[in-house]
Design a protein around this ligand. Sequence first.
Ligand SMILES: Nc1ncnc2c1ncn2[C@@H]1O[C@H](COP(=O)(O)OP(=O)(O)OP(=O)(O)O)[C@@H](O)[C@H]1O
Length: 217
Amino acid sequence: MIELVDVKKDYGKGDYCTHALQGITLKIEKGEYVAIVGTSGSGKSTLLHIMGGMDQLTSGVYRYNDEVVSDYSLAKLQDFRKRNISFVFQNFALMNKYTVYENVEMPLLARKEKGRKKIVMDCLERVGIENLKNKLPTQLSGGQQQRCAIARALAADTPIILADEPTGALDNKTSTEIMSCFSEIHKAGHTVIIITHDMSVASKCQRIVRIEDGKII
Ligand SMILES: Nc1ncnc2c1ncn2[C@@H]1O[C@H](COP(=O)(O)OP(=O)(O)OP(=O)(O)O)[C@@H](O)[C@H]1O
């Protein structure tokens, strides 16, 4: 599904150049549940940005099914992203002036999807917060907010869910609950990729890819 071949990413030029990714070769198959781990500055977020179509590579090839994503312009990358990837972030990235229900409905509204109510309620039930649908994100705990963000990713119904330190702002017990949530989503057929520096989080995934100094070790 995802195939990276000798992917390099530099930031800046000359004396100010950082070689953030230094030849990453990686395959992730459809339906896998993968953790990408590494210390701070190892290149995890850069890799997430590349795989998520948020940034272009400096060299190498990124294939996604039949598409050569590394050839895409920024505009085409945006379209690729919308079709294929949902993001879950450490800080939840919810719209605080909208209710839980409305946050989850957003990707469906953007697609002018019919039958939205049933889809939203189904996504909320899958993450166990259907009773909180009329609350604002600011009225929820961190774990509940992250469940809402995961429900929104489910509503977007993309093949891939990319989560960047999804438990970074949560205590241990809540982290375990959120990882169970991802596990259920994976069992339902999604490809789930978790970026984390926390081995106890990574150990819940099927496969761990370790990155150091921009290389897979
Ligand atoms: N926009 C940027 N401009 C310049 N250098 C950058 C930029 N983004 C990242 N870097 C550098 O690239 C390297 C990899 O950074 P990256 O953010 O991918 O690491 P990370 O593993 O996600 O770190 P953390 O866990 O602290 O978020 C670091 O040396 C960082 O300073």
